[in-house]
Write a protein that binds this ligand. Structure first.
Ligand code: FES
Length: 125
């Protein structure tokens, strides 16, 4: 009989994009806010401390196209985009959403910036 390896329950995609020095565009990792560069490690460490890393897999990504709202991260499944992140907010999201199963609505991106997805089949040439 085969042993099975469980798939992750969640992936957390953390935008790690920084704007080049001198570029006015906002970004999730900010040169003038060094703590924004530490958020991915904070996620990984928090998941490790809780003993849930693996079943919750953190992934570093480039730009997720919501730069003005950064730092941001996307939780899948659920398509939940969290914005304006700090270490404290991440701790609450892990506790209440990832472990508790309840999305932390007050940190979710506003609806007007996160409309329904467009089906690729409806726009493909
Ligand atoms: S730089 Fe993070 S969403 Fe664009």
């Amino acid at each position: 009989m085969l042993n099975s390896v469980n798939q992750p329950a969640f992936f957390i995609f953390k935008c790690q994009q920084s704007a080049p020095p001198g570029m006015p565009k906002p970004s999730c990792v900010k040169a003038d806010a060094p703590e924004t560069a530490e958020l991915f490690q904070h996620i990984a460490q928090s998941l490790m401390m809780k003993g849930i890393i693996g079943t919750v897999t953190p992934v570093q990504t480039g730009c997720l196209s919501r730069c003005g709202q950064g730092p941001v991260m996307l939780v899948e499944p659920g398509h939940t985009m969290y914005v304006g992140l700090t270490k404290e907010k991440i701790d609450r999201i892990i506790e209440e959403h990832i472990i508790g199963g309840n999305v932390v609505q007050e940190y979710v991106i506003p609806d007007e910036l996160w409309g329904e997805p467009v089906a690729p089949a409806s726009i493909a040439r």
